[in-house]
Structures are given as structure tokens and as C-alpha cells.
Design a protein around this ligand. Structure first.
Ligand SMILES: Nc1nc2c(ncn2[C@@H]2O[C@H](COP(=O)(O)OP(=O)(O)O)[C@@H](O)[C@H]2O)c(=O)[nH]1
Ligand SMILES: [Mg+2]
Length: 260
């Protein structure tokens, strides 16, 4: 993970105004996803014609942000924020959610940009948020660990690490969720005003957000999905990111059990 102290939000690039108003927006965070971004945009916008999309790129050196900005110039449902300097996945998701809330959207779906999350699953996540005749949910998790959910193509080491994190979140952080580490979720944006923002700037954002939502009594549901490991580009879950995430999770554990 690199971040540059010389950059500031004023230097960020944004796609053109005005935004068309909408109810649901799909956020994708990108860092070096040149091979995937075009397909992702096409597939998300085709998944439902009322969907809007926001790409939050961290100034990818491979030009991912530029590709997205060029598409946004002719696609009114697509918006792009290119942040100067890499600031982390969790920070990108949080900023994307805040932008969506400030623009008046009610629900955001957020997902990875490497096609591991299938855009065709978005309508099912949204349906779980507002089940006909049932209670509305605050958060719907695309889950690999409920019946019907699965993971394809991951090496055993990734599967074990992910299951350890899920176990920790369930039994140490006391969040009753089966797939706590997945990054494919629908969230009611008004919830952001009821929690302190997650402090985890990297991958532990996922567990950190759940931990906070659970504490304010949010209604969380899990929807089975198939997660397919990326076939294009490389994973950014490197040693530094893993190290940072472990630190973030231990900090949450300390707050859960010791209160500080
Ligand atoms: N904006 C932004 N996106 C990131 C950053 N790190 C990772 N991502 C994106 O987060 C998503 C998940 O990352 P990925 O490398 O696929 O992780 P993995 O699925 O755990 O191996 C992808 O869409 C990445 O492009 C970051 O620092 N900033
Ligand atoms: Mg991935």
C-alpha cells in the first residue's frame, strides 16, 4: 500500500456534472483494473436500466480511471472519481458511499471491479433489501457461506484466510454473519448517519462496517452468490494489506472485549 502525502482531495478528478437523479447506485472501487473496467461498466449498466454507477479509482497507473472517465463522457448514468494517490479499498468504498448519499441516492450496491462479483446478481441483492410482504433490510450481503453460495477458483490459502477472518468476526467481534469479508453488498445509505465511520482504510473495512452496523441494530441479510476468482489482472491483497487488515481486526477485537 502506498499513499502520497503530497496529494489532496482538491486535486481529485471528477466526471462531468450534472448527475441524473436516481434511487440505486452501484459503486466499484478500482486500482489497476484496466482489463476489467470496460466489461464491468457494460454489465452493471445492463443489469437494470434504472441503475447508476460510480467508479472510485485511486489514480491507477494503468489508466483505469481514464478509461472510466472517457466512458462517463457519453454515459449519463456513469460517474467517476479519480483520487490522487492510493488511499485504500475501505477508504474508496466509504468515500463512494458518502458521495452517493450526498447525491440523494437511497441504496448503494458496492462491489469489486475484477468480475469476481457477478453484476447479474445485483437485482437479487436489491430484492433482498425490500422483500415483498417482508421486512426491509438495511444491508444485504452477497454471501459465499450460506446454502447456495460458493467460491470458484480460489487457492486453498485464500479460502483458509477468508474463513479465519469470518470465524474471527463471528466469534470474537460477535457479528452473527456467515460471510463477513465479502465486498459485494447493498446498503441503505441513511445508515451512514447512524454509525461512526469505519476506521479501517483497507480490506478490513468490510468487517469493521458490519461491526458498527450490528451495534446500532441494523437488519442484515445474506444472499447466496457465486464468487469467481479473477481471470484478468492481479490481486491487490498483498502482504502489506494483509498485515494492515490483521491490525485493524485486532483493534476491533480489543474494542469489543476491553472497550478501548
Ligand atoms: N480505489 C481503490 N480500489 C482498490 C484498492 N485496493 C484494491 N482495490 C480494488 O478492490 C477490489 C478488490 O481487490 P482485489 O485485488 O480483487 O482483492 P482480492 O479479491 O481480495 O484478491 C478490486 O476492484 C480492486 O481494484 C485501493 O487502494 N483503492
Ligand atoms: Mg478480487
Amino acid at each position: 500500500m502506498t499513499s502520497s502525502a503530497a496529494t489532496s482531495p482538491e486535486q481529485d478528478l471528477r466526471s462531468a456534472e450534472p448527475w441524473v437523479r436516481g434511487r440505486v447506485i452501484v459503486n466499484a472501487s478500482t486500482y489497476k483494473e484496466r482489463e476489467n473496467i470496460g466489461t464491468l461498466i457494460d454489465r452493471v449498466l445492463a443489469a437494470r436500466e434504472d441503475l447508476h454507477m460510480l467508479v472510485v479509482d485511486d489514480d491507477s497507473p494503468d489508466g483505469t480511471g481514464q478509461i472510466a472517465l472517457e466512458r462517463a463522457a457519453t454515459e449519463p448514468r456513469l460517474h467517476v472519481l479519480v483520487r490522487r494517490g492510493r488511499r485504500g479499498l475501505g477508504s474508496a468504498i466509504l468515500e463512494g458511499l458518502r458521495v452517493a448519499r450526498d447525491r440523494g441516492f437511497e441504496i448503494a450496491v458496492y462491489m469489486d471491479a475484477d468480475m469476481s462479483h457477478d453484476p447479474d446478481d445485483i437485482p437479487r441483492l436489491l430484492a433482498a433489501m425490500d422483500p415483498p410482504g417482508g421486512k426491509p433490510a438495511d444491508l444485504a450481503i452477497g454471501s459465499r457461506r450460506v446454502p447456495g453460495g460458493r467460491t470458484i477458483g480460489w487457492p486453498l490459502s485464500r479460502e483458509i484466510a477468508s474463513r479465519l477472518v469470518c470465524w474471527f468476526t463471528q466469534w470474537v467481534l460477535w457479528v452473527p454473519v456467515r460471510d463477513a469479508s465479502g465486498g459485494f453488498r447493498a446498503i441503505r445509505l441513511a445508515l451512514l448517519d447512524r454509525i461512526e465511520p469505519p476506521e479501517s482504510k483497507g480490506y478490513a473495512f468490510q468487517e469493521d462496517l458490519l461491526w458498527r452496523l450490528q451495534r446500532v441494530g441494523a437488519r442484515i441479510v445474506e444472499v447466496p452468490i457465486t464468487f469467481t476468482d479473477r481471470t484478468q489482472g492481479a490481486s491487490k491483497a498483498d502482504f502489506a494489506e494483509t498485515h494492515r487488515s490483521i491490525g485493524d481486526l485486532l483493534r476491533l477485537g480489543r474494542r469489543t472485549w476491553l472497550g478501548w
